[in-house]
Structures are given as structure tokens and as C-alpha cells.
Design a protein around this ligand. Sequence first.
Ligand SMILES: Nc1nc2c(ncn2[C@@H]2O[C@H](COP(=O)(O)OP(=O)(O)O)[C@@H](O)[C@H]2O)c(=O)[nH]1
Ligand SMILES: [Mg+2]
Length: 298
Amino acid sequence: MSGMRCGFVAVVGRPNTGKSTLVNALVGEKVSIVTPRPQTTRHRVLGIRTRADSQVVFVDTPGLQARAGKLINRTMNRAAAGSVTDADVVLFVVEATGWRPGDEHVLGRLASCRSPVILVVNKADLVRPKSKLLPLLVRLEGRREFAAIVPVSALGADNLESLVATVLRHLPEGEPFFPGDVTTDRGREFRIGELLREQLMATLKSEVPYGVAVEITAVDDAGATVNVDALIWVAKDSQRPIVIGRGGATLKAIGSGARLEIEKLLGRRVFLQTHVKVRRNWADDARALRQLGHDIEG
Ligand SMILES: Nc1nc2c(ncn2[C@@H]2O[C@H](COP(=O)(O)OP(=O)(O)O)[C@@H](O)[C@H]2O)c(=O)[nH]1
Ligand SMILES: [Mg+2]
């Protein structure tokens, strides 16, 4: 025995409660993209936090949704539910501003969960004064047997050390699963694609962001700059001109935003080329989803 505390921690909750922000803050690096929009996270992403005495593998999941019509939504739900079964600890993330029907749905999904569930009451920075949080915390206490209830602000990095200490108490002793310098299980192409999708999701309006997917077709780092080719998939013909914008302005802004983020990730100058392609109804197409790296049964 190494005497280290090591284990898997599933991070679940309805969309937009700040799960990815929390994982990034705990890992100390952007391993999962964040936008103001619900359902930004489409894939299961591991965020790995290694210290001398511990390794915590956070499993960031797409939000669990009550209504899951399209194949991609069902796939996302399955990814989130599956991660709970394998976890040593579950972090159930809700918002300090109040309990919502979507939280109730997630609570129901956790009913049969045998692992300790820590309730993380995130976005505590939005509640002032802090004493106003108390009634909610007391009410939540009665909802289920939680291993702990921890108010935090993922964005403000508030009370995260206390959350980590609570998590560590519930992890078994064992050997680390990953080398100490690894922060995620995802490869370079996936992370580049996600950084472009982050800009698309943040910039595009109404339903268009949900019609968009990204496929990285080439990464060439032989020269002084890294050349990246990306295909942006849209689900309908009408979405193509919206993504491109007048005179290409929208796509240009999205591309330069993404390029900066990719340069931060790679620590190199980047040349990013984007193309927009219509792939009708990809979100309901098993083959398309597999091509995008989703785990589809059958
Ligand atoms: N005020 C505040 N906003 C937060 C906090 N954590 C996350 N957010 C915001 O909530 C939105 C959704 O965050 P995200 O991490 O993508 O949520 P997810 O869908 O649960 O992964 C983003 O706009 C975040 O900046 C927090 O602690 N305080
Ligand atoms: Mg997320």
C-alpha cells in the first residue's frame, strides 16, 4: 500500500449547475469546457488531481436531463448515469440560488446509489449575505442521507479545499491510476475540438449551438506554428449561414477566440482553419455520433 488516497469521483447534477467549472477549479486546469449554456458538456471527461498523498479522478459528466429525446441526449444521460455506478464518491452539484425540478430528477436517479453522495451547493457567491444559505442547507439535509453538504463557489474558488478534504475522507487507500503529471484522459485532438466548440456554443444564439459539432481533421505540428483543420458540423442548411455570418464575420470571431485558447493549451502558435459542413440531423444519427467520439451501443 502506498498510503495514498485514490479514487474516482463522479460529478453529477442537472445541466448548468457548474460541474465543469468545479472540475476545472479542482484540477487547476481547463480540462472541460464551460459556457453560460446548459448542456455544454457532451462527453464524459476525466479531470485528474494528483498530490503527494492522493489522486482524485473527477468524472465530469453531461448533465442528467429529465427529458431526453434525441439519441445524443440519451447517450449523454447514459454517460452520466454510468459514471455513478463506478464511483467511490458522488458529488451532486446544485445551485445555492434554489432547488429546482431538475435537481429532483437527479436525486431520484441517485436513489439506488451505494457510494457516499456529497451534496455540493455551488454558486454560493450569488447568495448574500451568506446566512441566507442556511434555510436551503437545512431543507436539503432532509432530502437524502448525504455524506456531507458543502457550499462552495467553483468560480470564486471558495471553500474548495474543504470539499477536497471531505472527498479524501471517503476514498480508499491505494495506488494512483494515472501518472502524476496527467490532468485528463482526453487527447490533444479532442481538447482542441472542445475549445472550438466552446467558442461556438458561447457565441451562437438560440438553438444553433445545439446543432453544432466539431471534428478535428488534421493537426500538423511539424512547422513553426501548429496547423489545425476543423470541420464544424451543423444539423440544418439554415444553420450554415448563421455560423459563418455576414462576410464570414461570425466564424472569424469564433475562430480567433478558439485559436487563443488552443495556443494556451499547446503553448505554441496556432493556425486554425475552419470549414462548415451540413450533416443533417447528426444528433440523432448513431454513426455520426460514433464519429464524434460518443459511445453508442449496438
Ligand atoms: N456565479 C457563479 N457562476 C458559476 C459558478 N460555477 C459555475 N458558474 C457558471 O455557471 C455556468 C455553467 O457552468 P458549467 O461549469 O458549464 O456548468 P455544467 O453544465 O454543470 O458543467 C457558467 O456560466 C459558469 O461560469 C459559481 O461558483 N458562481
Ligand atoms: Mg459541463
